[in-house]
Write a protein that binds this ligand. Structure first.
Ligand code: NAG
Ligand code: NAG
Ligand code: NAG
Ligand code: NAG
Ligand code: NAG
Length: 394
């Protein structure tokens, strides 16, 4: 179902790059110029914003009506359809990413997804059964990746056969795009579980940046060269965040988002942008693109009605209250009402909603976000997705 987008000739040879930079005027808007890249694979790290089946394969499948809009059945995603990472894969002419943890029917030829819903940069000091946060923190995802390289190459070379059809070639690891979308659960878990104050939550950001840097450096040392790093969204606009910490729900902005919550996300993003810039300096032979999905998501939420959406804080798959969302019963869960059990189902038209289940965006919202970021307008440097191999230091 992925679009077979025509592949432009790969411009990966340094000589070709130097020539094209010397001869061609700089492409307008593109910091470093250059043509389309050749990304034969994508390796993704993150949380539910980009989980394509990791948590589902471990802890039970995301229930219906997840997946209803696009896949026609649950597809390991906490969404009615595709996620931003799915639109990224489509746009690069690649198949949707199989979750590394999904041992049944997966095909890793053109990438693998290490993200699981509920993942954070730091390890959680609690269990998924108690808190809902995933034990597959970013450091665990990087160990998985190291195993993935070693074992996929061993099997590819020594077993052959079918394995050559479902595992990547060795040279893909240095040509692949490495995508990251993580940090949301570090902020929310501090706020929700530990009942920390905004100042305390802000205080963990330097530690998060150190850990993220070290993980990205470890992927670099394993051969990764092209990095595409999403910042975190306006978490103060998510119904679950607002309901978990009513003390932070006001003061709110004109849209109904928590100002304090969003300020923490913005500070995280400011530091992340600096962190990515400093990685770019440390590794001039690698390309790092910082992608401001916060602005895309906030634009969608604050201008929802103008853009053809309903109330942006109204959950599609939920039940009850101001946000059509009940913290105790998630999308697809069962709720007893007047003595009968009812399933918490989808609204009639998910394409009109921004929030799918109070935590995650709908496919329509994800598509909007993807369309905002794909051409580079919200990136630093402002290179399009297809040219993200050129986001180098000066
Ligand atoms: C877990 O506990 C350690 C030791 O107390 C602490 O340093 C760390 O910040 C905690 N992690 C989280 C995610 O709260
Ligand atoms: C992967 O292989 C390298 C080189 O053989 C080795 O140093 C490293 O420990 C291995 N890593 C894992 C996770 O097996
Ligand atoms: C796995 O995907 C690749 C393309 O990414 C395809 O060429 C290959 O046939 C697929 N393998 C199987 C077993 O379907
Ligand atoms: C969490 O902190 C807020 C603000 O300090 C306070 O109003 C609230 O009662 C605390 N909640 C819990 C469960 O401790
Ligand atoms: C449950 O009963 C109350 C009171 O009779 C009624 O107002 C409400 O609409 C009922 N809810 C459902 C879901 O049927």
């Amino acid at each position: 179902m992925a679009t077979a987008a025509a592949k432009a000739p790969a411009l990966v040879l340094p000589l070709v790059l130097v020539l094209s930079l010397a001869l061609a005027p700089p492409a307008s808007g593109a910091a470093a110029g250059g043509g389309d890249c050749h990304f034969p694979a994508v390796f993704n790290f993150g949380d539910s914003n980009s989980d394509t089946g990791g948590l589902s394969s471990l802890f039970g499948a995301a229930p219906p009506p997840n997946g209803r809009t696009f896949f026609g059945m649950p597809a390991g995603r906490y969404c009615d359809g595709r996620l931003v990472i799915d639109f990224i894969a489509e746009s690069l002419g690649l198949p949707y990413l199989s979750a590394y943890l999904n041992s049944i029917g997966s095909n890793f030829t053109q990438g693998s997804n290490f993200a699981t819903a509920g993942s954070s940069i730091r390890r959680q000091n609690t269990s998924l059964f108690l808190s809902g946060f995933s034990p597959i923190s970013l450091d665990v995802q990087s160990w998985e990746f190291e195993q993935f390289i070693n074992r996929s190459q061993f099997v590819y070379n020594n077993k052959g056969g079918i394995y050559r059809e479902i595992l990547p070639r060795a040279d893909y690891f240095s040509q692949a795009l490495y995508t990251f979308d993580i940090g949301q659960n570090d902020i929310t878990s501090s706020y929700l579980q530990c009942n920390k104050s905004t100042e305390e939550v802000q205080g963990i950001i330097p530690d998060l940046m150190e850990r993220l840097t070290s993980i990205i450096q470890s992927v670099y040392s394993l051969g990764g060269r092209y990095f595409w790093i999403h910042n975190t969204g306006p978490l103060g606009c998510l119904p679950y965040a607002l309901l978990h910490r009513p003390d932070l729900a006001s003061p709110s902005d004109g849209t109904g988002c928590s100002i304090a919550y969003n300020k923490v996300a913005q500070l995280f993003n400011l530091r992340l942008k600096e962190t990515v810039a400093s990685l770019r300096k440390t590794h001039p032979d690698a390309a790092f693109t910082y992608v401001d999905v916060y602005t895309a998501k906030y634009r969608l939420i604050s201008e929802a009605r103008k853009l053809g959406f309903d109330d942006p804080l109204l959950t599609c798959c939920g039940h009850g209250g101001r946000y059509n969302f009940d913290l105790n019963i998630g999308c697809g869960g069962r709720k007893q009402m007047n003595g009968t059990w009812v399933v918490v189902g989808s609204c009639e038209d998910p394409s009109k909603r921004v929030s799918w289940d109070g935590v995650h965006f709908t496919e329509a919202a994800n598509k909007f976000v993807f369309d905002q970021i794909v051409a580079g307008a919200l990136s630093d440097p402002p290179v399009p997705l297809r040219q993200a191999c050129h986001s180098r230091g000066q």
